[in-house]
Design a protein around this ligand. Structure first.
Ligand SMILES: Nc1ncnc2c1ncn2[C@@H]1O[C@H](COP(=O)(O)OP(=O)(O)OP(=O)(O)O)[C@@H](O)[C@H]1O
Ligand SMILES: [Mg+2]
Length: 260
């Protein structure tokens, strides 16, 4: 391909504001359909919060967005590309719901766990030379530099969550996917964690976060997604939504649709 054409393509990709788009996506585990005709667009600078009861396919939705699960119907685009063609995985950081279940007797230090963010099956390995500096930066970003030589098993739950956040940040991603990152930690640590994430968002990072903490999440969200029975309700414009959202949707169950 002539280099001029390549440059034009690259430019148009870089300018593209879509981080992830799902169009009419349906997903089933075997015969069990858990996502039904879901469409969603995550744009640069968004803070998307995904809410819904246990088993409502929030984690599944995230995995589909990340190309980790392939839907039976519909289309997924990551930075404009099909997941199987996408290679720039360093642009994406992901803290899975399972991160909290790590075997804490494993004798790894905090900096080793953070450094392992280079070597996950999720995305490609990249240059070893910058690794040390990147680990240091990631630890500083989440304010746990003082813990770098501690064993992971010797940390509190809240500190451990920050280690996994640092691990997701180690490749300096543009977008962060977090699946219930504050489960099992106290309110003060949760607020501290949200404060960190909120600052990353203000510094132009795009965030997609699954949580059960409606109140805190909606303070930060640019879009909220409520999952129920495989269907998605999208809320834009968070303005005065909080009260009606909690009472109308969480107590009575939601209807699919778009609320602007
Ligand atoms: N690997 C799997 N194989 C078969 N079924 C699965 C698998 N993973 C999840 N499911 C089912 O799919 C549905 C959605 O699960 P998912 O984990 O996405 O829900 P969730 O909203 O993230 O729940 P939670 O709030 O408990 O984390 C559930 O009914 C679950 O049992
Ligand atoms: Mg889940």
């Amino acid at each position: 391909m002539p280099s001029k054409v390549k440059d034009t393509l690259r430019l148009s990709n870089d300018k593209c504001d879509d981080v992830v788009t799902l169009t009419n996506v349906s997903f089933a585990y075997g015969g069990n359909q858990v996502l039904e005709d879901v469409s969603l667009s995550v744009e640069k600078g968004d803070f998307v919060v995904i809410l819904g009861p246990n088993g409502s396919a929030k984690s599944t939705l995230l995995k589909v967005m990340l190309g980790l699960l392939v839907p039976q119907a519909g289309e997924v685009r990551i930075f404009g590309q099909k997941p199987r063609k996408f290679t720039a995985w360093h642009r994406i950081g992901y803290v899975s719901q399972q991160a909290a279940n790590i075997n804490t007797s494993f004798p790894a230090t905090v900096q080793e766990v953070v450094a392992s963010g280079y070597y996950t099956g999720f995305g490609r390995l990249f240059g070893g030379g910058r690794k040390k500096a990147a680990v240091k930066e990631a630890l500083e970003a989440v304010k746990i530099s003082d813990l770098s030589n501690r064993l992971i098993g010797q940390l509190s739950g809240g500190q451990r969550q920050k280690v996994f956040l640092a691990r997701a940040l180690v490749r300096n991603p543009e977008v962060l996917f977090l699946d219930e990152p504050t489960t099992g930690i106290d309110t003060a640590s949760q607020q501290e964690f949200y404060h960190l994430i909120s600052n990353f968002h203000k510094e132009r990072m795009t965030v997609v976060m699954v949580t059960h903490d409606v109140t805190s999440a909606l303070k930060m969200a640019t879009k909220a997604v409520y999952m129920l029975d495989g269907k998605m309700t999208l809320y834009k414009n968070m303005g005065n939504l909080l009260n009606s959202f909690t009472s109308k949707i969480l107590e009575q169950g939601g209807k699919a649709g778009v609320y602007n």
